[in-house]
Design a protein around this ligand. Structure first.
Ligand code: SAM
Ligand code: SF4
Length: 326
């Protein structure tokens, strides 16, 4: 593998490992141990890491994630502090409580939002997430649009035999609502280690299915992509856009510009990283900003250009997606 040599500009902050859902592709069905409260980074500590990333390294965007970020109390207070850093501020959420939170989050400075939803059928939604909450989530999408969050995107993890018969339903929903659907390939980060490559629905198949119904166009004819992982396509009839995230079949590690901070303050230079850097220990041990910045720079320097899923030397990380932050 080649060492990774791009500039890192995007910080993903997981603010809790807790969640009010239990999605099958994300966390174990049983035996989930939540972190004790004192192990979580405080708002001050989270903001400090973010400030160092912005001031010392020119980070341009921050995404709040989890676990489920909206289960953390006083979320708008954190949003305000991060927004004050002058970055593009986004959040990824399951959307279940957005109907009453979206306006406060927007007022506090949140700009963009991704809402996760893997089925538009109530029974299937409940089976996937462990919660009969589809109506609440769709109300959350409407609340996010009404609050002026922009863009509002819907993240759909596609799993063969589970929800791959809903590709056109999702596309139709996105076209009707003005919401960009982002179809995500299932990655081996589920809690129960049930992932199999046969259940990955290739992005290419998704694009072909939609293109056959509603022709797609893209600026370069293939799908546009910059450092953002989604390849985006526009509908030829002007009814919006869609994105596919081909993390498994067309890895984009070489252009990835993000690092992740877990809820307990471990810096990870990749979703599939098998090592972490303990920023909480540094901060609670009295480290100055210079020391924190050196640790962040060293971790970025260890970023590699490929995750090797499907190859013999791939090592599956010990944490599930919910503990890393998507
Ligand atoms: N709870 C929030 C939510 O569901 O949006 C934020 C955390 S969740 C881990 C972030 C994103 O990761 C979600 O869009 C989810 O669908 C996605 N995700 C979870 N497990 C995944 C997996 N094994 N492969 C691909 N995406 C996954
Ligand atoms: Fe919770 Fe999000 Fe994982 Fe679903 S995908 S279990 S909502 S953290």
């Amino acid at each position: 593998m080649d060492p990774y040599d791009r500039t890192v500009r995007d910080l993903r902050i997981s603010i809790t490992d807790r969640c009010n859902f239990r999605c099958t592709y994300c966390m174990p069905h049983e035996g989930m141990q939540w972190l004790p409260r004192e192990d979580l980074l405080t708002f001050e500590e989270l903001t400090r890491v973010a400030r160092v990333c912005v001031e010392r390294f020119g980070f341009e965007s921050i995404r709040i994630t989890g676990g489920e970020p909206t289960v953390r109390a006083h979320l708008p207070v954190l949003v305000r502090r991060l927004a004050d850093l002058g970055v593009e501020l986004a959040m990824t959420t399951n959307g279940a409580t957005l109907d009453h939170l979206a306006a406060d989050l927007a007022r506090a400075g949140l700009q963009r939002i991704n809402i996760s939803c893997d089925s538009l059928r109530p029974d299937r939604f409940a089976a996937i997430t462990g919660r009969p909450a589809l109506d609440q989530v769709l109300a959350g999408v409407d609340a996010a649009l009404a609050a002026g969050l922009s863009p509002v995107k819907l993240n759909c993890v596609m799993v063969r035999g589970v929800n791959d018969d809903e590709i056109l339903d999702f596309a139709a929903y996105g076209r009707d609502r003005g919401v960009e659907i982002r179809f995500i390939e299932w990655m081996p980060l589920d809690g129960d280690q049930a992932w199999s490559s046969e259940q990955v629905v290739p992005a290419e198949e998704i694009v072909a299915a939609i293109d056959a119904e509603w022709p797609l166009q893209a600026p370069d004819g293939r799908g546009a992509r910059d450092a953002a992982p989604a390849e985006t396509y526009s509908y030829a009839d002007g009814r919006g856009r869609l994105g596919v995230i081909a993390s498994v079949t067309r890895p984009f590690c070489g252009s990835c510009d993000r690092i992740r901070l877990t809820a307990e303050g471990q810096l990870r230079n990749c979703l599939f990283s098998v090592r972490e850097c303990d920023l909480r220990a540094l901060m609670r041990g009295g480290a100055a900003d210079d020391e924190l910045a050196s640790a962040i720079a060293a971790e970025v320097g260890r970023k590699w250009a490929g995750h090797s899923i499907g190859q013999v030397h791939f090592i599956r990380p010990a944490r599930s997606m919910s503990q890393i932050g998507g």
